[in-house]
Design a protein around this ligand. Structure first.
Ligand code: EPZ
Length: 413
């Protein structure tokens, strides 16, 4: 069963800080990035209650400050969504700059460009961003890059700005649509989310509304679909939105993997000895092939026959994990933003590091296909975005266990 989307949950929790009432959010994943963001919301003064069955009750009316300066804020990327939420609530905000996985510079210039267009004075110094607006108003913002974070952050901010905000060249990821749907359920007026032009008409108040259920995680689902293909297994991934998986499923079929989908499930299988053909992948903003499935897919391409190509067009440095795969015998060469993967190569078990969230998931997949035992350490980075990974893989037949020793927790299989 796939959990709620990490990247939707983080945007929705931050957006809830705008409300003039309380809300109930269902299907929130139990992952550490969500726990950290909820802790930051509590530090702001918001009332956050963890209910049973992945449900949260959030009431931001008890917020007492527009400042969020802490190592927690610095530790996750999605803390930047509180910039938009606190601006919307107070028309001022002071936050530590965001952190996040280390595979690129991860600037926030597009977020700043949008805030300044909305009348916000922005200053960045000493690792913090300080913002204030005498008149916080909508504007016509053209993003230079279809940035997921900037799209969500500016959409959140615009909900309570005076007048209309139009975001052009907006990103179209499923989690952007989910944040917009949540805000509209709470009383916002957002149109066009999921297209490259989003129009937000500012409202006086966000009274709240019925409980809102977060969409399933597209990237978690894709990770298990890739694991099934790489191990030549036969897996049904349940609680998903099949449309969101198409950028992956069409490519799996190109390689010779069988797929079948229903209302809320995808079956992925091959015959046990299937020869999968080499393929070229190119990461692109949605509805292109997602960059967050790039490392996992590179592991799959190690099991395909021939020389495959993986082009990474979103992040400038997202092949660091290849050095770990080479310890297992992978035959991969990386030049700039393209990796050439020569297969099939039989990976052998080794002690390897989870470099970041999705690279860590890829290391687990490599361990599943390798001969012998593999230990993946630094797994706390994987726990940022995957709920019950070991349990879910064990249920699919993987021989995997988590080993929590004093220094570094790891998974061994
Ligand atoms: C979000 O990061 C996701 N994180 C990332 O997923 C994902 O890889 C990325 O979107 C792309 O889909 C969260 O949602 C928390 P971007 P974000 O702004 O918002 C450049 C995961 O695995 N850019 O769409 O940081 C940037 O450098 C994580 O769940 C600017 O130049 O991504 C990059 O090259 C890892 N200026 C490109 O745009 C800006 O102001 C896309 O970045 C913002 C971005």
């Amino acid at each position: 069963m796939i959990s709620g989307s990490k990247n939707a949950a983080l945007g929705i929790i931050a957006a809830a800080m705008l409300l003039d009432g309380s809300c109930v959010i269902e299907n929130a994943p139990h992952i550490s990035d969500v726990s950290v963001l909820l802790s930051i919301c509590r530090d702001l003064g918001a009332t956050v209650t963890l209910n049973a069955n992945h449900s949260l009750t959030i009431d931001p009316r008890t917020i007492t400050t527009c400042e969020a300066v802490s190592t927690k804020v610095r530790s996750i990327r999605a803390s930047y969504y509180l910039q938009g939420a606190l601006l919307g609530r107070f028309h001022k905000a002071v936050l530590s700059l965001p952190g996040g996985c280390n595979f690129g510079t991860r600037p926030i210039d597009q977020h700043v460009k949008g805030f300044e267009a909305m009348g916000v004075k922005v200053s960045i110094a000493h690792g913090n961003i300080e913002m204030s607006a005498d008149t916080f108003h909508g504007d016509h913002i053209y993003l230079d890059i279809a940035s997921v974070g900037a799209t969500i952050n500016l959409m959140i901010a615009a909900v309570k700005a005076q007048g209309v905000t139009v975001i052009e060249n907006a990103a179209r990821e499923p989690h952007i649509v989910d944040v917009a749907n949540f805000l509209n359920t709470m009383g916002a007026n957002i149109k066009g989310a999921g297209t490259d032009v989003i129009r937000i008409t500012g409202v006086e108040a966000l009274p709240g509304g019925p409980s809102y259920s977060i969409i399933p995680d597209q990237i978690e689902a894709g990770t298990y679909m890739i694991a099934a293909a790489a191990t030549r297994g036969d897996v049904v991934v349940r609680n998903i939105i099949p449309k969101h998986m198409e950028p992956l499923s069409v490519k799996l079929e190109e390689m010779g993997v069988q797929t079948q989908s229903g209302d809320d499930w995808f079956r992925v299988w091959t015959d046990g000895q299937a020869v999968l053909s080499k393929t070229t992948f190119k990461t692109l903003p949605y509805p292109g092939f997602p960059t967050d499935l790039q490392p996992q897919t590179t592991v799959l391409l190690c099991t395909a026959t021939g020389i495959s190509r993986m082009y990474e067009t979103v992040w400038e440095n997202r092949f660091q994990y290849v050095d770990e795969l080479k310890l297992m015998g992978a035959d991969i060469s990386v030049a700039e933003r393209v990796a050439l993967i020569s297969g099939p190569c039989q990976l052998t078990g080794a002690r390897i590091m989870a470099r970041d969230l999705r690279a860590g998931a890829a290391m687990v997949l490599a361990g599943l296909v390798a001969n012998g035992e593999t230990e993946v350490y630094n797994i706390e980075v994987i726990e940022r975005g995957y709920e019950h990974l070991v349990e879910k893989l064990s249920a699919l037949g993987a021989d995997i266990r988590a080993v929590y020793d004093q220094e570094k927790p790891s998974v061994v299989f």
